[in-house]
Design a protein around this ligand. Structure first.
Ligand code: NOJ
Length: 768
């Protein structure tokens, strides 16, 4: 009896060996006859590869793990890591994130290529959000430049450095529109406006992906977080989002659509629920809108653990149910829930998941790998020589410096305190952020070296004609400020005030560097108070008491509420978190070597109670009261409706004037309306103006906002010079989505405003 069992087992073992051998031989010829066959299209190659794959291997492509072990080090002991390694060897991992650097990427890729049955290369993802090692301004700051070409170059630089470090996929751009500065992730987006946000989405996708994804210096981009993550209630990260059709279609969706139209290869869904359905399990968003209506043929990755979080949301019964809901809703890749790899095969066998969904998801993922050229050479992003020469190059430093200068916004310059004289001045620099060489790198700086930014103090010291002295005054935060560590805000220690006050007393000008440390904005960093954190307001007032000649340089990842400063401090410069070249950029602006040209991509509120606050609001039946004391109008009894600084606002060291816009209207013949305006530099210096066009459709079947940005153009003018700018409005600018998602252009009366910010009164009318 026993002997028979042993013989049967032996027979099966031989059979198994034979069939494995058979597959390997097939695979070898497969590589030459299919993968390298130039007469086959990518889609055909993908299909032929899928024909070779088992159900488990297809599911494996849908599984993404975070880096779990030093690949060049000893074997992992931890159970989770061991399972990941085992699955990697089995070909049950399609992608890894958080593995970077040629040495480590090569090591992990080698396991996938050499040890898995089919040797399908991994796609290597990383959060390259505003640079890899050479860091650009945070995306919100970049948006303040309104310079699409510079933003595109910034993404190109990020892609060049990341791809040189073995990475071929970034989880960027974040294209979430947000109207609530409490949300910490506003730093990662392009602000509050869907038109500007769409243009920037396109620029960033084309910067990352270039025109040829197989070029080793480009990487696949990812439009995230689909959808409505920027509308989490009360600005609290991960909170629920409750959004109607009008806002979803006209405000939230356009930048995602623009990213899709720009050819973005991947989308990421999001942590939040939208109207009661977690985005990760939302069939309407992922299958209906994205894959069907928009014909998106790339793949969708979940956010980190967002599949298993559907159990916590109360949407899925258990993990198994969560995996079923996610794949059926169209989520193709599982980031770190570890559920597709454990649950999907049995769900297919039980008939709860259609195998066609698995096939479709795997084919989308494999297609992107083909497009990246990973099947031609899985190590094409693993070139040590390129890694050493590209990362941190001088060219990259000068690109990020260029954008850093363009991102700075001059908010106030009473009595022309700025630009500073270059000689003979005693300048006191006060504030912990002035000497900080890490905070300027911003929140998403995973691969950057700490202390690698040029601080404001260093930037100022590079100009030698003035006497520069420095006092910290007070810490902003205390404790470790690493990426995940908890911060303690300094709310008590004012022991450094005395020294700072002494210094301010004997100086001509005081530059105060105040605001948020980089780790006070970003993911998981929502704030309920938006003033200067800790004792900084107190410090500012103490210095003001002894020297009123203050230049306030703000560092922050979001709009702040600074009513006292706006009222009292003569000069305010919005300096965000500007990246590696931060101090140089700020110094060049402060000294006037660069004339500031940035414009706010988000309204700055007067107080938190105004939030959400945005320029493109609706008039309502009872608009803001015209005179004080009027009660039954939409307003607060204790605050104005208007922002402290509006969307689109930013000053220059020169001034500009605008002629009244002229409308030339040939809509009945060629469906076009042209609007032209003359812009003149009325000051004494050359300057750059961002000319903004806003439209108001006065009555429509779905109420239109009080004004909407529909065009902008940047113009550089010499003193006294005038240029005519012409905008063309087509159905794309004149129409809107109704609540069924249908694009309508309705006849009627319009107002068109052209000016230097969203509150311009320079307008004319036309009729369609
Ligand atoms: C969670 C964030 O929401 C997402 O934007 C990011 O790409 C992933 N973590 C991966 O780090």
């Amino acid at each position: 009896m026993k002997l028979i069992t042993v013989r049967i087992l032996f027979f099966f073992a031989v059979l198994q060996l034979f069939s494995c051998k058979q597959k390997e031989i097939d695979l070898l010829s497969f590589k030459t006859s299919v993968l390298q066959n130039e007469s086959l299209s990518v889609d055909q190659k993908v299909e032929k590869l899928l024909d070779q794959m088992t159900l488990e291997e297809k599911i494996g492509q849908m599984n993404q793990y975070s880096g779990f072990w030093d690949f060049t080090g000893p074997a992992p002991k931890d159970g989770k890591a061991a399972t990941k390694m085992e699955n990697l060897k089995k070909g049950w991992v399609g992608s890894m994130l958080n593995v970077s650097g040629v040495k480590d990427v090569k090591a992990v890729q080698k396991i996938a290529i050499e040890e898995s049955r089919l040797g399908i290369p991994l796609i290597i993802g990383f959060d390259v959000i505003h640079g890899y090692k050479t860091i650009s301004p945070i995306p919100l700051a970049e948006a303040a430049s309104w310079d699409l070409e510079a933003i595109k170059i910034s993404a190109q630089v990020a892609a060049q450095e990341a791809s040189a470090a073995g990475i071929n996929w970034t989880f960027a751009p974040m294209v979430d529109i947000s109207r609530d500065a409490r949300w910490g992730r506003v730093m990662e987006g392009a602000g509050e406006d869907p038109y500007l946000g769409s243009k920037i989405a396109k620029a960033r996708v084309s910067g990352f992906q270039g025109s040829d994804l197989s070029d080793p210096s480009t990487i696949a981009a990812c439009a995230k977080h689909f959808a409505a993550y920027g509308f989490v209630e009360a600005g609290r990260d991960y909170n629920t989002a409750d959004v109607g059709a009008a806002t979803l279609n006209s405000i939230i969706m356009p930048p995602f659509k623009a990213a899709k139209d720009a050819g973005v290869k991947t989308f990421m869904n999001s942590f939040n629920d939208l109207n009661g359905i977690p985005a990760t399990g939302d069939t309407y968003l992922q299958r209906t809108v994205l894959k069907e209506n928009w014909n998106f043929d790339g793949f969708i990755v979940s956010d980190w653990g967002s599949i298993s979080e559907m159990v916590t949301h109360g949407y899925a019964r258990d993990d198994n149910h969560a995996a079923e809901l996610a794949i059926n809703a169209g989520s193709d890749m599982d980031m770190e829930s570890h559920l597709y790899v454990t649950e999907l095969a049995s769900l297919v066998k039980q008939g709860k998941v259609d195998e066609a969904y698995i096939h479709d998801a795997a084919s989308r993922i494999i297609k992107v790998k083909f497009e990246l050229g990973l099947f031609d050479d899985p190590y094409k992003y693993c070139d040590e020589a390129r890694e050493a020469s590209v990362i941190g190059s001088e060219k990259n430093q000068s690109s990020v410096l260029d954008l850093a200068k363009k991102s700075i916004v001059l908010l106030k310059n009473q009595n022309n305190v700025l630009p500073l004289a270059k000689k003979g001045q005693k300048i006191a620099v006060i504030g912990a952020l002035a000497s900080d060489k890490t905070s300027p790198l911003g929140n998403w700086r995973l691969a950057a070296d700490i202390n690698s930014a040029v601080s404001l103090l260093e930037g100022l010291q590079a100009y030698s004609g003035n006497t520069i002295t420095y006092a910290k005054g007070a810490d902003v935060v205390i404790g470790k400020t690493g990426f995940v560590s908890e911060l303690t805000i300094n709310t008590t220690d004012t022991s450094g005030f005395k020294e700072a006050i002494m210094l301010a007393k004997k100086s001509d000008v005081v530059i105060m560097a105040l605001g948020e440390h980089a780790m006070q904005s970003g993911e998981g960093r929502s704030r309920a108070y938006l003033g200067l954190p800790g004792v900084q307001q107190e410090l500012l007032e103490a210095i003001f008491a002894v020297n009123k000649n203050i230049v306030l340089v703000l560092s922050n990842g979001r709009p702040l509420t600074i009513p006292w400063a706006a009222q009292n401090i003569p000069t305010i410069l919005e300096g965000w978190h500007l990246g590696t070249q931060s101090g140089n950029a700020l110094a060049q602006v402060l000294y006037g070597d660069y004339n500031p040209s940035g414009k706010l991509p988000m309204s700055f509120p007067r107080s938190v109670g105004q939030l959400p606050l945005y320029y493109n609001y609706k008039n309502t039946g009872r608009p803001s009261p015209v005179n004080p004391g009027q009660v039954f109008w939409t307003h607060y009894i204790d605050q104005k409706n208007t922002p402290q600084y509006p969307f689109g606002f930013g000053l220059s060291y020169t001034t500009f004037s605008y002629s009244k816009p002229m409308v030339f209207h040939t809509y009945s013949q060629d469906k076009q309306v042209t609007v032209s305006v003359k812009v003149t530099n009325t000051g004494k210096r050359e300057g750059k103006e961002t000319v903004q066009l806003y439209l108001r459709d006065l009555f429509a079947s779905v109420i239109r906002p009080i004004r909407e940005l529909k065009g902008f153009e940047q113009v550089v003018l010499e003193p006294g010079q005038t240029k005519e700018i012409t905008f063309t409005l087509t159905d794309q600018e004149l129409g809107f989505f109704n609540n069924q998602g249908i694009w309508l252009v309705e006849k009627g009366d319009f107002e068109v405003y052209v000016g230097g910010d969203s509150q311009t009164k320079n307008k004319t009318n036309f009729k369609l």
